[in-house]
Design a protein around this ligand. Structure first.
Ligand code: PFF
Length: 453
């Protein structure tokens, strides 16, 4: 008997779940600080170009592979390609899902921890970011705090994924995404009404081109991948539950739009507040956990805003983490005949365990270095800077060069007939970006990640 494969309940549900995957720590934690370090507006402009010319075409390609085959990354490549080489690209995706989730959950745990610390009142009354930094160091340096919140975050991720595509992922995204957007709107209103907010806005809108160099461009390009969850099969897997009646192009455009909008909104909320308090916008990775708590403690009603902000971060992290677990679960369900519950418990449990040394990288294992990096940094670097760009490159090459162009165009037009009739030039441009622009630029990012250029 063939089992009926799970599917989204509606197109809207798919868009929210996929936007939930894309909008994560990358948008709210990482994007503001890399924009802050690399000169604000000019960097944002370059990032937007990368999203448009690489992120969007590769996202369409990835969702299309999933929708056409209705399989996980490994099954999808074995259905479309003869060579084992392509099947191993699917495998690398599943491995990247394993690795990214293991450390993502550690930071996800911190966001939950900060929600709790705000409620306990420990995040108020800072006189300077240094004081907030000391608290941050003592929290993440505490073994049971780090491990405890990693465990709590992971339990939430497993609790959602175990309920299935419609009942777990889609349903929770429909609840969490509107909350996320509402919180962001509240924080923006608070930010732009502060005295001195206009300097923060100028930082975001007025470009300073002198800060842009090759390195900044490569950071923007690498981040375009991470933020759209591209290159490891998460969007492929979500696309595999999509109906052939819906357009891959307009769905991908909506996902890109929501992800970019939310990153910019997070930038506005954060930089108006940081500038209004006269603090450093280029504080790096600590911007969120050290500078912001100091900003909130100077604001009237700061505790409420701090609570809302870390809740926002936790929700964003959760809706992304579930997509990472789903890649691994879909593989075992489709290919190995596991039931969902068993796959979530066994493989979710294993990923949780792999996250333990990452959680301990900030305390017990802080001095255990591999090539001068902690365990957390090694897993993050390999997955985000090597496996994701490599997977993205392979997806562009596969759809651009290996899969027959006639079949690709037939597949992409399904559900999007009107769009191709109104804009007949679209297919030529998309193919041009997939065949040439994306592979060349991604190769550069990859070589840069490996220290070669
Ligand atoms: N897009 C997520 C973020 O911006 O935080 C991170 C991510 C999720 C990357 C899922 C890859 C992935 F498959």
């Amino acid at each position: 008997m063939t089992k009926i494969r799970e599917a989204w309940g509606s197109r809207f549900g798919f868009i929210l779940a996929a936007a939930g995957s894309a909008v994560g720590l990358g948008n709210i934690w990482k994007f503001p600080y890399i924009a802050g370090e690399n000169g604000g507006a000019a960097f944002i402009f370059i990032y937007l170009v990368c999203i448009a010319i690489i992120g969007f075409p590769v996202l369409i390609a990835e969702v299309l592979i999933g929708r056409t085959t209705q399989r996980n990354p490994v099954g999808a490549f074995s259905a479309l390609a003869k060579s084992k080489l392509w099947v191993s690209v699917g495998f690398l995706g599943v491995i990247a899902g394993f690795m990214i989730l293991s450390f993502y959950s550690v930071i996800g745990g911190w966001t939950l921890g900060y929600v709790v610390e705000t409620l306990k009142g420990s995040l108020s009354n800072f006189q300077s970011p240094d004081e907030a930094g000391t608290l941050f160091g003592s929290l993440v340096g505490n073994v049971s705090w780090g491990l405890g919140f990693h465990t709590l975050f992971f339990a939430m991720v497993m609790g959602i994924v175990i309920r299935g595509v419609q009942g777990g992922i889609e349903r929770s995204s429909k609840i969490m995404m509107p909350i996320l957007v509402s919180i962001l709107v509240i924080l923006i209103i608070r930010g732009v009404t502060l005295d001195g907010a206009s300097e923060g806005l100028a930082f975001l809108w007025v470009p300073d081109w002198s800060k842009i160099n090759g390195q900044a461009i490569l950071i923007a390009l690498g981040h375009a991948f991470f933020t759209l969850s591209l290159g490891m099969g998460a969007m492929l897997t979500y696309g595999s539950y999509m109906s052939k009646k819906d357009s891959v192009i307009s769905s991908s455009a909506q996902i890109v739009f929501l992800d970019t909008l939310i990153a910019i909104m997070a930038g506005v909320a954060i930089f108006t507040a940081v500038f209004a308090s006269g603090l450093d916008p280029a504080a790096g990775p600590g911007l969120i956990f050290q500078t912001l708590p100091a900003v909130f403690s100077t604001m009237p009603g700061g505790t409420y805003f701090s609570f809302l902000f870390f809740l926002l971060l936790a929700i964003a992290a959760l809706t992304s983490a579930i997509s990472l677990l789903e890649v691994v679960v879909a593989y075992f369900v489709d290919e190995k005949g596991w039931n969902r519950k068993g796959a979530v418990l066994i493989f979710g449990g294993s990923i949780f365990l792999l996250g333990v040394p990452s959680a301990l990288s900030f305390n017990l294992l802080a001095d255990a270095k591999i090539f001068d990096k902690t365990f957390f940094d090694v897993v993050d670097f390999l997955a985000s800077n090597v496996l994701l760009p490599f997977g993205g490159l392979m997806i562009a090459v596969f759809v651009g060069w290996i899969w027959s162009t006639t079949a690709v165009l037939e597949a992409v037009k399904e559900g999007a007939e009107e769009l191709f009739e109104s804009y007949p030039w679209f297919e030529g441009i998309w193919m041009l970006f997939l065949k040439f622009v994306a592979p060349i630029l991604i190769t550069l990012v990859l070589l840069n990640s490996l220290g070669i250029v």
